[in-house]
Design a protein around this ligand. Structure first.
Ligand code: IMP
Ligand code: MG
Length: 175
């Protein structure tokens, strides 16, 4: 398998994640505690880096979904595989996603978490493919907008490969 071509470097990611963490810390300075809900598996790296750069009290939860279909054949239908363990009722929730593509996953997750009656819900995503949007979802804390290409690294995979690359890259077609 060939090495993915760098699209967003490790340094660029670290700088942007620090900026997002500073913004989130400022926005939630008076909120008490923030519950960060990472979306498995892809958000685990972003969540780890972002959460450790916050200067406010925070706790970590995970939620897991699965999309029907695979790769570019995703249908948009989403199924809950694992809900959050702890209660988020009356708490401030930040959903942390790796990437927003069509928007179906984030919209579905917002609905699930809304049903747990939190004090508030906002969303963070490292990457968004703006031109692929099929449903309207707001991303309150966005790392980068990219074009319509399959990206890997920093938690993102292609068939479970390349998740632990420190940068975001593009896999050449056919690899
Ligand atoms: P959605 O289309 O916004 O619902 O995104 C569905 C899911 O597909 C995302 O949460 C990612 O897990 C995955 N995904 C979408 N685009 C990419 C990509 O370029 N690389 C890796 N995973 C992706
Ligand atoms: Mg995901």
């Amino acid at each position: 398998m060939s090495t993915p071509v760098v699209l967003i470097s490790e340094k660029e990611i670290q700088v942007r994640v620090a900026e997002l963490a500073a913004q989130i810390s400022e926005d939630y300075a008076d909120a008490g505690e923030l519950v960060m809900v990472g979306v498995l598996k892809g958000a685990f790296v972003f969540l780890a880096d972002l959460s450790r750069k916050l200067t406010i009290p925070r706790t970590i939860e995970f939620i897991a979904v699965s999309s029907y279909g695979s790769g570019s054949e995703l249908t948009g239908a989403v199924r809950l595989v694992m809900d959050v363990r702890g209660s988020v009722e009356d708490k401030h929730v930040l959903i942390v996603e790796d990437i927003v593509d069509t928007g179906h996953t984030l919209k579905y997750l917002s609905g699930i978490l809304e049903s747990h009656r939190p004090a508030s819900i906002r969303t963070a995503a490292l990457v968004r493919k703006a031109e692929r949007a099929e449903v309207e979802v707001s991303v309150d804390y966005l790392g980068f907008d990219i074009g319509n290409e399959w990206v890997v690294g920093y938690g993102l995979d292609n068939a479970e490969q390349n998740r632990t690359l420190p940068y975001i890259g593009v896999v050449e077609p056919g690899h």
